[in-house]
Design a protein around this ligand. Structure first.
Ligand SMILES: Cc1cc2nc3c(=O)[nH]c(=O)nc-3n(C[C@H](O)[C@H](O)[C@H](O)COP(=O)(O)O)c2cc1C
Length: 151
């Protein structure tokens, strides 16, 4: 029986934040290893973007689990200005293959997304995203083209 048929209340929580330390590639890899191990045990999937000192993360899973995980992540001192942009029920997971997929996609690449050109060619970063732009960004990753950049 699928998760959806099994009456699990599935949600996604999408937030952005600003890193308080500059992450090296090794530090991101280490963070991801912990996230992937924990999320695997919790049944949480999603993706993380890191670009020019700002994070964008999608967490998908059972409502209470996702809310508790978000609270824990928000307390992490390695980032601040943690802004929850969207938390809402979803029919199915967009990132079911990733306990936490990661992409260091650049601002230049992001500016190719329909409707986000102005945003990413200006000085704005993930923490400036509103709900409408967040949905456009999410759609771009859900549709084939950008998925290949998620590792
Ligand atoms: C931007 C960012 C994203 C994170 N994402 C996750 C995550 O998806 N899952 C997770 O367990 N920890 C995540 N963490 C790390 C947690 O804040 C915390 O350090 C970690 O869960 C502690 O793991 P432990 O309880 O196994 O020691 C993230 C931290 C940051 C700064």
């Amino acid at each position: 029986m699928s998760e959806e048929q099994n009456q699990v209340e599935l949600v996604h929580c999408i937030y952005a934040s600003a890193s308080t330390v500059s992450f090296t590639k090794d530090e991101i890899t280490e963070l991801l290893a912990i996230a992937q191990r924990n999320n695997g045990a919790l049944g949480v999937t999603g993706m993380l973007l890191y670009e020019d000192g700002s994070f964008f993360q999608v967490l998908e899973g059972e409502k209470e689990t996702v809310s508790a995980l978000f609270k824990k992540i928000a307390l992490d001192k390695r980032h601040s200005k943690v802004i929850k942009i969207i938390q809402e029920p979803i029919q199915e997971r967009a990132f079911s293959n990733w306990t936490m997929g990661y992409s260091g996609i650049t601002r230049y690449e992001l500016s190719a997304i329909d409707g986000l050109n102005d945003f990413f060619t200006s000085k704005q970063c993930y923490t400036d995203l509103d709900q409408g732009r967040t949905k456009k960004l999410l759609e771009a990753f859900k549709s084939g083209k950008w998925r290949t950049s998620i590792k």
